[in-house]
Design a protein around this ligand. Sequence first.
Ligand code: SAM
Length: 440
Amino acid sequence: MLSVKTMTNVLHAIATGLVERGAEIIAASDEIDDEEREVLGHALVAGGDSSVQARRLGDALRSIGAERHLINECYRVAFYTGEDWKALSSNPLYAFFTANRAGYPLDKWVHYFPIYQRHLEQYRGLPVRVLEIGVYRGGGLELLRHFLGPEARLVGIDIDESARLATGARHPVEIGDQADPDFLRLVSERHGPFDVVIDDGGHTMNQQIASVEALFPLLSERGTYLVEDCHTSYWQAYADQGPDGQTFIEWVKDRIDDLNAYHHSQAEELRFPWQTNVDGLHVYDSVVVLTKGRHVAPFSELSGTKEFVDFDRDTGALHLELLATRDVALARAAQADVLIAEARSQADEAIARAQKEQEQAAADVERSRLEVQGTRGKLVKLRAETIALRSDRDVLRAEHTQMSSDLLGAWGIIREMRRSMSWKTTAPLRRAKSVLGRRQ
Ligand SMILES: C[S@@+](CC[C@H](N)C(=O)[O-])C[C@H]1O[C@@H](n2cnc3c(N)ncnc32)[C@H](O)[C@@H]1O
């Protein structure tokens, strides 16, 4: 096969408009056999500008099973000598990439930049959480920082400790295996929920599938999950490593079926998240993007006046169905009105009852207050009477004491009198007087 040096000379000739010179180099090369020489020479003799020639040479190399890097160089020349590069000239990601001469190493397929821009533009300038699987030396994280802005929180995971050392304090990097769901869940708990996940890790089937199955359900609503380098699904060295031999692209095809589940599944409940929370699958060359969002049950509708629709075919049935639905809705609305009126009247009654009870309670309180007031007046009067009675009692006690003392004095006099001689000598006279007094 042609050496890198020979290929460089051929492509330089093509890029500078000297296609014949390129053809001569190939014709004279002893690095290829006659069959290869014929295929490659045929690609260069046909007409076309430098871009077309370079592309043809790449296609011819591909057809004879040349090494990928040789084909890559042909397509690079085709791209930059043609018009396609102009579409990238306003892409900020590509601008950073090309200006990143002395920055951290960054290895990207050039057609990824418009895909990145299309799906990540919505997050620019926002405090979004982004996870990059596969950090290497941090070039991808720097690219994202430049594009998304200072508010974005960028986190990386890598299986290689040197990725953490290379990114230093600029971005947190967790060390672990992207095929380990427990590790991924831990990272999501610690740094998520993520709005964006970019899988640029080991690119094996098992890694890509295990990562998306663990992380997509944890992604924030309206989040974006982007898998790079999905062409490994077609590369034998990677394709064998999927669960049950399934490649990532085959896994994605199953997701397309899930996205259309409403049209073929009879399950009452659709499966989370692939049938219920994927709102779009975007499949590009080597890149797959899954966008998260509630999958609304699909339905179709007619709009416009009947002159624009085929009334006879199925609008009649739809019209009847709509009328029936409207009648049910109206009946339910009438029922609801009755229930509302009943509830209002019950509420009015309850309010009136409560008001009456409140008035009654206020009257009871007033009556009690007056009773208490009257009782207090009586108490005051009774206290005054008690004081007067106590004073009368004291006077009577004093009089009683005086009278007792007078009586004792009188008894003393009477005893003296009875002991005297004159009392004793006049005793018969008093007895006779008493007898005579009783006979009269
Ligand atoms: C292509 S490089 C990443 C490049 C980086 N995204 C950039 O844009 O500069 C792939 C990285 O994935 C890492 N990797 C490989 N297998 C992995 C795995 N199983 N889990 C996590 N990272 C892995 C490698 O250590 C390597 O750093």
